[in-house]
Write a protein that binds this ligand. Structure first.
Ligand SMILES: [Cu+2]
Length: 133
C-alpha cells in the first residue's frame, strides 16, 4: 500500500535507467555527429571518362569520393553549369590509383563534374550533376 523503501528504490532505478539512456544517446551522437552523415558519391576517373556520367544528389552536404583508376594523372572539378561556370570545389591532382575525398555543400541546381587538365574535358572527362531541392 505504502510505497515504502522498495517503491523509492524502484523510482530510483527508473531514474538511473533514464540517465543511462540519455548518456548512451549522447555517446552515440558523439560518435556519429549530431547531423546525419552526408551522402558519399563514388566517382571513377579513367582515360578519358568518369563513371557514372550523371549523378543526382539532394541539396546540402555531399562527399565525392574520387578514384583515379587510370594510368595518368587527372583532377576533379565541381562547377556550376551554364554560360559562365563558377568553380565550387576542386581536387587539384589525382595521381594514378589515388583516391581523394571532396566534401562540398551544394545548392539546388545543375552542375558539371570534370577533369580540367588540357584536353581531358573535351576527350570525355565530364559528368552531369543534378542537385535536387
Ligand atoms: Cu583527366
Amino acid at each position: 500500500m505504502s510505497t515504502g523503501p522498495s517503491g523509492a528504490g524502484r523510482k530510483g532505478l527508473r531514474r538511473l535507467g533514464l540517465l543511462l539512456g540519455l548518456l548512451l544517446l549522447l555517446a552515440a551522437h558523439a560518435v556519429t555527429g549530431w547531423a546525419e552523415e552526408p551522402p558519399r558519391v563514388l566517382i571513377e576517373a579513367t582515360e578519358f571518362t568518369f563513371n557514372p556520367k550523371a549523378v543526382t544528389v539532394p541539396a546540402g552536404d555531399v562527399v565525392f569520393v574520387v578514384q583515379n583508376r587510370g594510368i595518368i594523372e587527372h583532377n576533379f572539378v565541381v562547377e556550376t553549369s551554364g554560360e559562365e561556370p563558377v568553380e565550387v570545389a576542386v581536387i587539384p591532382v589525382l595521381a594514378p590509383r589515388e583516391t581523394e575525398e571532396l566534401p562540398v555543400t551544394l545548392q539546388p541546381g545543375r552542375y558539371r563534374l570534370l577533369c580540367a587538365l588540357p584536353g581531358h574535358t573535351e576527350a570525355g572527362m565530364v559528368a552531369e550533376l543534378t542537385v535536387t531541392p
